[in-house]
Design a protein around this ligand. Structure first.
Ligand SMILES: [Zn+2]
Length: 370
């Protein structure tokens, strides 16, 4: 079986490459919007939708030929995917037009006959040629480059996301006696970030919390700037840089934490929680329930899988909090403010650690019966 993994590196295009990138972003958006409009019109007139290809548009707008043709081919695939998603689930919404200001500035191109190469701090891209790139991470041997997404963030930095395919290794834990496997159970708590079955907990470092406070200050400064003023534009850029810093700090922290855990344990057990649904139903502020739970789990999963290890997901209805991790008795009720779990058997422990131990043991059971 093949697995995929993406690496995101910073790009340093020269002036001409920068112009070409912008042109490509623009052409992709143009093509997307025109294809969407034409399909809509066709549907309204005939009740049918037909697949459109970039070729016809190139004839009409020859300047589309100046950019990477694979990027345009991917636009067609993206649009078709958006349609498929809509037809499969109407809640996904009808494909939308891409706005010049709001949409993400990016394009994706594919590796065909070695047209893209990463070598000596340079990424060779179709049309753009050799672009300076900073690879802060080594690509393991045997990884095969499949596609590249070039993007520009709001603060004006360029990035390349390189998608690699690699052969999935055999599961090590399967060979080992699973009873003996060293498993870590994780309970995602509301306050801290996570509580572990070994009794430790992970919390964001101080510098991260400081940066978040600063972010809130810059945000409120922006709201006081007059609309359309140059100060407002300046503050907007400042805020974007601040957001980016916080994002990077968080990512860096989560990468390090997941690396430590993946290297140390044979398997990790977590609750299969739908974070999106949860944050909606409990109405947590975005700052509290950022996307880090999900991101952390993804990082853990691929870091474990790379080593032939496993991330086990425990059913969301498993009573991890209400069950005693010593005798297995399940309480009928457990109030949110009961921070210590007390049981008739004499067990008395931190509520979240108790849950983490239960998650670990349920993970062990699942691993053994798998
Ligand atoms: Zn008990």
């Amino acid at each position: 079986m093949k697995k995929q993994r993406a690496y995101k590196f910073r790009l340093y295009p020269d002036r001409q490459q920068e112009i070409l990138f912008h042109k490509t972003f623009g052409c992709c958006r143009f093509l997307y919007n025109h294809m969407l409009a034409d399909r809509k019109e066709m549907y309204e007139k005939t009740g049918k939708t037909k697949r459109l290809t970039p070729a016809g548009y190139k004839k009409e707008h020859p300047w589309l030929k100046e950019v990477d043709s694979l990027a345009l081919a991917n636009v067609q695939l993206h649009l078709e995917a958006a349609y498929r998603k809509f037809f499969a689930d109407k809640k996904a919404g009808f494909p939308k037009f891409k706005s010049r200001h709001r949409c993400r500035k990016s394009y994706t191109t594919n590796v065909v006959n070695g047209n893209i190469r990463l070598k000596d701090g340079r990424l060779r891209l179709p049309k753009a040629g050799e672009v300076k790139i900073r690879c802060h991470r080594e690509i393991p041997e045997g990884y095969i480059l499949k596609s590249v997404t070039v993007s520009m963030d709001r603060s004006g930095k360029y990035f390349a996301s390189l998608l690699y395919e690699y052969p999935a290794s055999e599961n090590q834990a399967a060979g080992k006696d699973r009873k003996e496997a060293d498993i870590l159970g994780i309970d995602f708590a509301m306050r801290g970030m996570a509580v572990f079955s070994d009794g430790s907990r992970a919390e964001y470092p101080m510098y991260y919390r400081k940066a978040q406070e600063r972010l809130a200050r810059e945000q409120s400064k922006l709201s006081r700037c007059k609309k359309g003023s140059s100060n407002r534009e300046k503050q907007k850029r400042k805020l974007a840089r601040c957001h980016e810093k916080v994002r990077n700090q968080r990512k860096d922290y989560l990468h390090k934490l997941s690396r430590q855990i993946a290297d140390r344990y044979d398997a990790v057990s977590v609750e299969d929680i739908d974070m999106k649904a949860m944050s909606q139903c409990l109405q947590f502020g975005k700052s509290v329930m950022d996307d880090s739970y999900g991101a952390f789990r993804d990082m853990l999963r691929y870091k474990l899988e790379e080593q032939g290890k496993e991330l086990v997901k425990v059913d969301r209805f498993f009573p991890s909090s209400k069950m005693c991790s010593r005798c297995g008795n399940v309480k009928k009720e457990l109030r949110l403010d009961e921070r210590i779990y007390r049981c008739g058997c004499g067990n008395c422990m931190d509520r979240d650690v108790n849950a983490a131990v239960n998650i670990r043991e349920e993970g062990r059971r699942l691993l053994m019966t798998a």
